[in-house]
Unconditional design. Structure first.
Length: 203
């Protein structure tokens, strides 16, 4: 009996130290060395200031920026591309089902705003990612199709050619992971920051 108790105590101490201290410490050190940027939150800096994370969507409005997909959580960061004043919110979906009247209203409103903002026909198809929020509410990507429909508006607002804006969009279009997982996507924050650098708008 006493022998079993000692064995249990030894096993508890061993696994507490190994699994609770040593293993997490070693893995943390490895991750910090091999994947430092990712471990730190994939933060994006501009002029020495942190302006966001490439993993977290921000709200961009107005004609000069590419718009992200809708969010049910205010995009996680309420101040878009600002060096200071960013505040983090919870990540969550809206939990609205396909029969929800509120969801249908949200979709119609988002579709109309997208068509109007990009001077599209009243019956023009709108990519699904521009009318439906992601499950997290902070998805930083949009589809290449959604980006293409915004190019003319952004080019006009920034007094740049459509081809120039297309080239920047192409640069920030990411292929499916490892070539076969998921779909091609465009990181809105990185794209808009690149546009600010290459085609700044006078304020």
């Amino acid at each position: 009996m006493f022998k079993l108790i000692l064995q249990s105590i030894r096993q508890t101490l061993f696994w507490t130290v190994f699994a609770g201290i040593l293993y997490p410490l070693v893995m943390t050190l490895i991750i910090q060395v091999l994947f430092h940027d990712q471990a730190a939150g994939s933060l994006v800096q501009r002029d020495g200031n942190i302006v966001g994370s490439s993993l977290v969507a921000q709200q961009f409005q107005g004609p000069t920026y590419f718009w992200p997909r809708p969010s049910s959580t205010s995009y996680g960061i309420t101040a878009a591309a600002q060096p200071t004043g960013n505040s983090l919110n919870a990540s969550a979906g809206s939990n609205l089902g396909p029969t929800s009247a509120q969801l249908q209203t949200n979709v119609r409103t988002a579709a109309k705003a997208f068509r109007d903002g990009n001077k599209l026909a009243a019956d023009a198809p709108v990519p699904a990612d521009m009318v439906y929020a992601s499950a997290s509410g902070i998805d930083p990507h949009i589809s290449p199709e959604a980006a293409q429909l915004q190019i003319a508006r952004v080019a006009e607002a920034r007094k740049a050619s459509v081809d120039d804006i297309k080239a920047v969009v192409a640069k920030f279009t990411e292929p499916p992971q490892w070539g076969f997982l998921g779909q091609a996507r465009v990181n809105v924050l990185l794209l808009n920051l690149a546009l600010d650098e290459k085609f700044p708008v006078k304020k």
